[in-house]
Design a protein around this ligand. Sequence first.
Ligand SMILES: *Cc1c(COP(=O)(O)O)cnc(C)c1O
Length: 412
Amino acid sequence: MIDAVPDKVRALDEGDALASFRARFALPPGVIYLDGNSLGALPAQTPARLDAVVRREWGEGLIRSWNRHDWIGASRRVGDKIAKLIGAKPGEVVVADSTSVNIFKLLMAAVAARPGRNVILSEAGNFPTDLYIAQGVVSLLPRLSLKAVTPDDLVPAIDEDVAVILLTHVHYKTGRQYDMAAVTRRAHEKGALVIWDLSHSAGAVPVDLGAAGADMAVGCGYKYLNGGPGAPAFLYAAERLQGELASPVTGWLGHAAPFEFSDAFQPASGIGRFLSGTPPILGLAALEAGVDLTAEAPAAILFEKSRGLCALFIETVEAFARDHDLEIVTPLDAGARGSHVSLRHAHSYPVMQALIADGVIGDFRAPDIMRFGFAPLYLRHADVWRAANLLRDILASGRWDAPAFKTRAQVT
Ligand SMILES: *Cc1c(COP(=O)(O)O)cnc(C)c1O
C-alpha cells in the first residue's frame, strides 16, 4: 500500500505557480499521466476550438475561410508562436508535414549546401525515424555515408568531411541532453551544419536556438506542445541560411507565388520555401490551441518546475532502486537531462503494464526501459510522488508477474 503524500511534497504543490494550469486540461479522473512526452494531454479549450473550425470556418465559411480565417497563413502563424518557445525569430519556424518528412527536407537541403562533403553524422541509438530518414537520403545520394557514433565519440568525429550532423537534443530513451551551443560551435569550426531534433525539448526544457547559433531544427507538435495525435510538426531554419537551403519537396505552397499557377518552380524567399502541399487545417487548429496554452506559462517557471518534478521522481526512486534491481538511466545532473526519466529493469514491460492497470501511465521502450515523462503544465508533485511509490509497491509485491501484463501490444 502507498502512504499518504508527505507534507514536504504537498508544500511543493501549494507553492506551485503553475498549479492553475492543470484545470486547463481535460484529464481523465484517477489517472496519473506520465506520457506527455509521447502524446500530450488534451487542452480543455481544444474541443471547442475544433468544433468552431469544423462547423463555422469549414461548414459555413467553406473555401472563403482560406482568406477570411487565415487558413493560408496558419503554417507561419503557428510557426511564429512556436518560435517564441524555442528562441527563434518570427519567420524562422514553419509548421508542416511530420517530423520525419521535415528531417528529410532539411537533410537534403543541408547536404546540397555542403557539396564535396560526404558524411551525415548522427548518434547510434538515435530515434529510429531520424536514422531511417538519413539512410533514405544516403540511398538517394550514394556519394554520402551515414556515420552513427556514441555521444562520447561525437565531437572527435566532427571533421571536414561532415556535411551535416543530425542529433536529437533530448534523447528519447535515456533523456540525456546535448549541449546545443557547444556542439554547434564545434560543427561550425569544422564547416558542418547541424539539425537539432527538438521533439523531446520544445515546451519541456529551455531551448535558445538563436543564442546557440543553431542552423536548423525540427520537432513534434503532439508531445509537450499538446497538439493532438499526429499533429503537424515544426521546422526551423536560421534566417541567415534560408536563402541557400532548398527543399527537395518542391510543392506548390513552397513557391514564391503559388496563386500565379506558373509551370516553373521558384522557391519562396523565406521559411515558406519549406512548405510543400496544402496544410492540415484541423490538425493545425488543435496544435495552435496547445501552443497557445503553453505560451501562457512563464517559460522560466515552466522549466524550473519540469526540473523539480524530475528531481522528485529520481529522489523517490533512488530510495528503493537498489532493492529492486532498478537502474536510473537518465543523467542525475539536472542540466544534462530533459523532462523524462528512464528506468531499466529486467521486467520493464510487465511492470509498466501493472502501473498502467493502476492508473499510472508511462511507456516502455525496447528492450528494457520504462519511461516516465513529466509535463510541467498539468502534473502535480503529489502525482510524481504517488507514481514512484506505486512503482515500489508493484515491485515489492511482485504483482507485475501475471500473464495479463506480459502480452505485448502493437504500440508500447
Ligand atoms: C517522436 C519523435 C519523432 C516522431 O516523428 P514523426 O514523424 O512524428 O513520427 C521523431 N524524432 C524524435 C526524436 C522523436 O522523439
